[in-house]
Design a protein around this ligand. Structure first.
Ligand code: PXG
Length: 300
């Protein structure tokens, strides 16, 4: 059976899952989305993803015409119909069909769709050897212009950065904010690890505060919680490229990537040049968490 897509309250075959060329999601990037994972029949942090989706929509004054509970049911039903236990879930809400003008009030009905598909994992070598990333000229959107906390359909800022990274032979870009502080990567948050300050101390796990221009990542929060459980010193601190260059470990977090070690930034080797112990411990903890924590569903 062809993959079934939830589209405005119905399930349709992938080939039939089409939207209007007058949809403002397409014409203007006017809409919001979430990327969610399920692991062995458990949807990871679904409530957090729905909360963020509703918050993004609220800021855009886009009223989602269903409740979070109904959305949860629609997501789980889509997974069941497609018999997917390990899945990537994309939930999209657009402003809907309007005319050829910006005015969102002309759009009477938001478009809602849910795609569930097999998860495409990053190459194993990223995790084993670590990633080389590069700082790109495109700065992260100003929070005062398009706040990076809104997970909107406007991803050109990130796509420009991704193109620049790939032009330089890197798979991921480090993005700075307009003041030159580290913000995040194109689809992942950034962390650094510093060795304990004293022999009795614990490793420090540091990530930039979201107000500097980053998405409040759900994986980011999970990692901060896991790092705290390990008694690491966890802080949200402003940081520069210099801080990252001189960190003992750097890693990225995101729904698709989970945790990816970074071993080189702008030609500078990070730490030993190999994935670090703290990164590996947190990745193990995260894998355990995804197998125990989530909204459970059954197929068949
Ligand atoms: N920053 C940005 C700009 C993102 O888009 C993250 C950080 C990490 O957030 P989460 O909540 O996922 O930990 C994201 C999330 C994809 C893909 O297909 C991208 C994301 C999520 C899922 C899939 O590249 N970005």
């Amino acid at each position: 059976m062809a993959l079934q897509v939830y589209l405005n309250g119905k399930w349709v075959a992938k080939e039939e899952a089409k939207i209007s060329v007058f949809d403002h999601g397409l014409l203007y990037g006017d809409g919001v989305f979430e990327g969610i994972r399920s692991y062995q029949g458990l949807v990871f942090r679904l409530q957090e993803h729905l909360d963020r989706l509703w918050e993004s929509a609220h800021t855009l004054m886009l009223k989602i015409p269903m409740s979070k509970r109904e959305m949860e049911k629609a997501i789980v039903e889509t997974l069941r119909i497609n018999k997917l236990l390990d899945a990537y879930i994309r939930v999209v809400i657009t402003r809907g069909v309007g005319d050829l003008g910006l005015d969102p009030d002309k759009c009477k009905q938001p478009t809602i769709f849910i795609i569930t598909d097999k998860i495409v994992l990053y190459p194993k070598s990223f995790y084993q050897k670590g990633l080389e990333i590069i700082t790109v000229p495109t700065v992260r959107n100003l929070p005062e212009a398009v706040n990076p906390s809104i997970k909107s359909l406007n991803y050109l800022n990130n796509i420009l950065a991704k193109i620049e990274a790939k032009n330089s032979g890197c798979a991921e870009a480090l993005m700075l904010n307009h003041q030159g502080y580290v913000a995040e990567c194109t689809g992942d948050n950034v962390f650094m690890v510093k060795a304990p300050k004293s022999s009795k101390g614990m490793s420090q796990v540091v990530t930039p505060p979201v107000y500097l221009g980053a998405l409040k990542g759900i994986t980011r929060q999970a990692i901060m919680d896991l790092a705290e459980a390990r008694k690491y010193e966890v802080t949200e601190t402003i940081m520069t490229r210099h801080d990252l260059f001189n960190a003992d470990e750097v890693f990225l977090t995101g729904t698709a990537a989970e945790i990816i070690p970074v071993v080189k930034i702008d030609g500078r080797v990070i730490g030993t040049g190999k994935p670090g112990k703290v990164t590996e411990a947190l990745l193990r903890d995260f894998h355990r968490l995804t197998r125990t924590d989530g909204v459970r569903y059954k197929i068949g």
